[in-house]
Every structure is written in structure tokens, then in C-alpha cells.
Ligand binder design. Structure first.
Ligand code: HEC
Length: 269
């Protein structure tokens, strides 16, 4: 899903993604459509890209440039040379990849809205399963486009497999009912201690978490009253593992269970 990288090799991006998780990720964005014939501006954009690439893991839409492959073939033809078959092979490979990975890529783009997927314990498995489901459904679409080669018939099997896989993922991620809640130390004092340790570095008037200058979404959890006023919202965020954000404050499974149990018991205080 990472583009080939036009100027900066993709290897560096992959390496950073795997081994330097603390490095910030950025999606580069710059005006493109009206500057293609302005060499000065293009040079400025290139300079900007290079500088940013030195510090961040960059997802660069400018690198997703299949046109380069086509242009190389075209140029060879104009010069009376045989186009290098490598370009055609690479082009076909990209095109196949793009065809089958359309749905997985779309899902990955909107996945920040679905904390139950990336917040799952085996989130890598969830991603693989959803990718497989997307590829499977795409197989069905592709087959349908060529139905005329098989007397108009298309097997619904790949689509069914894809849907089944998605249903399986949904079932696996379903929140588990918990057993009536005999969590230890489930007192309000204990909950306040967990919130103080795991949440208020962000959710307070003056966050101590670097990068935050105000409580995210204006949600303050820094007094007993404010905690009690937001229990249902907290329940949702903790159960889906959306919070603490990226688990930067290292909440434990026991603490999650304790908080959920306390809320489900009616937040006694
Ligand atoms: C590293 C900072 C950080 C920590 C730590 C953190 N949060 Fe958050 N929280 C955020 C951000 C950022 C948002 C906004 C997310 C969004 O709008 O998509 C948020 C949003 C929320 C919301 C949703 C508010 C709304 O508008 O609906 C709740 C509830 C919440 N957090 C609860 C918690 C709880 C409970 C904890 C501790 C267990 C916690 N957060 C720890 C950064 C943090």
C-alpha cells in the first residue's frame, strides 16, 4: 500500500514504519494541478518534500505516479526504441495491485473512525482479514465484468467469502459481556486514581502531555464531578480501546476491566 517512491526510495519509509514507530507520520499535501508548467514552483515543492522526508515518515501522493511508466514507454517509442518490457511488467503489476486493493485501501483510510478494528488486541490479524475480504469481493466484481466469457455466469462464491470474512471479523470483535463485575478495588477512589494516571495528562485544563494545549474535545476529567458526568462516553472509548489515545499512558487490561465494571455497576460513588 506504500507507493513506490519516485525520488526517495520506499525502502526508507518501510524501514521507518517498522523500526521507528516513535517517528511522526505525515501525509504530504501541496498544490499540484496548476503548477506543472512552473519549474520554479516545482523545484520549491521538491525541496520542501526532501526536507520533510528527513524528519518524518511521509505518505506522499506525488509519488503515486503511474504516468511515469506510461511516459517512459511512450518516449522509447518516439525515439524508435523498443520500450523496456520492465516498464510494462511493472505497470501491469501496479494495475493488478490497484484493482484488488481498492477496497482494503479505502477501508484503511476511513479506519480511524473504527477504533474496534485498530484497537483490537490482534489488530494486525483484523487488518489482514479485512484486506482478504476486500480482495475477495473485488475478485467477484472483476469476474462479473468478464461474465460474457462464461455465458454471462459469475460465481457468487468470492463475494460470499468476502462477506463471511467480514461477518467473522465483526463477530470476533464484538464486545464481550462480562461476568457481573467482581473487579477488585472497584471503589470510586480507585477509579479516580486510574483516571488521574491514564487520562488527565490530556483531559485537563492544562494538559501535561506534549502536543496538547487544551483538553481534547473540551472533555475534562480532572474532578470527581466531571468523571461522573461522562461515564457513558468513557465507557464507549475504553471498551473500543480508542482511549487512552494510542495507549500512550499505558493503561493495563485490569484497569480497563475495573473501569468498565465500575461503570456497568452504575458508577457507585
Ligand atoms: C494522549 C492524550 C489522551 C489521553 C491520555 C486520553 N485521551 Fe481521551 N481523547 C484524546 C483526544 C485527542 C480525543 C479526541 C478524539 C477525536 O475527536 O477523535 C479524545 C476524546 C475522548 C473522548 C470523547 C469525547 C467526545 O467528544 O465524545 C472520551 C470520552 C475520552 N477521550 C476519554 C478518555 C479516557 C477515559 C481516557 C483515559 C482512560 C483518555 N481519554 C485518555 C486524547 C487523550
Amino acid at each position: 500500500m506504500i507507493s513506490r517512491g519516485r525520488d526517495i526510495p520506499t525502502v526508507a519509509t518501510i524501514y521507518r514504519l517498522m523500526f521507528e514507530p516513535q517517528r511522526k507520520k505525515v501525509y504530504l499535501s501541496f498544490p499540484m494541478s496548476h503548477v506543472m508548467d512552473l519549474p520554479g514552483t516545482l523545484a520549491e515543492i521538491e525541496k520542501f518534500k526532501k526536507a520533510i522526508h528527513q524528519h518524518f515518515i511521509c505518505f506522499d501522493p506525488g509519488d503515486v505516479d503511474e504516468f511515469l511508466i506510461y511516459a517512459a514507454g511512450d518516449k522509447a517509442q518516439q525515439e524508435g526504441r523498443e520500450p523496456d518490457p520492465l516498464y510494462a511488467i511493472a505497470g501491469k503489476q501496479r494495475s493488478t495491485h490497484n484493482t484488488f486493493f481498492t477496497l482494503p485501501v479505502l477501508f484503511t483510510m476511513i479506519s480511524p473512525h473504527y477504533a474496534m478494528t485498530y484497537g483490537a488486541r490482534d489488530n494486525w490479524l483484523v487488518l489482514i482479514a479485512i484486506c482478504a475480504a476486500g480482495v475477495s469481493m473485488r475478485l467477484y466484481f472483476v469476474a462479473r465484468h468478464k461474465a460474457h466469457e462464461r455465458n454471462g455466469r459469475t460465481s457468487p462464491l468470492p463475494a460470499a467469502l468476502g462477506l463471511l470474512t467480514l461477518a467473522g471479523v465483526a463477530a470476533a470483535l464484538m464486545p464481550q459481556p462480562r461476568d457481573g463485575g467482581v473487579a477488585p478495588n472497584g471503589s470510586f477512589a480507585r477509579i479516580q486514581a486510574i483516571v488521574a494516571q491514564r487520562c488527565i495528562s490530556c483531559h485537563s485544563a492544562n494538559p501535561t502531555q506534549s502536543g496538547f494545549t487544551a483538553a481534547p474535545n473540551g472533555l475534562l476529567l480532572d474532578t470527581p464531578e466531571r468523571i461522573l458526568a461522562h461515564t457513558q462516553q468513557m465507557r464507549q472509548q475504553i471498551a473500543t480501546r480508542a482511549m487512552p489515545l494510542g495507549n500512550i499512558t499505558g493503561i493495563t487490561e485490569e484497569e480497563r476491566t475495573e473501569m468498565l465494571t465500575w461503570i456497568d455497576r452504575g458508577a457507585p460513588h
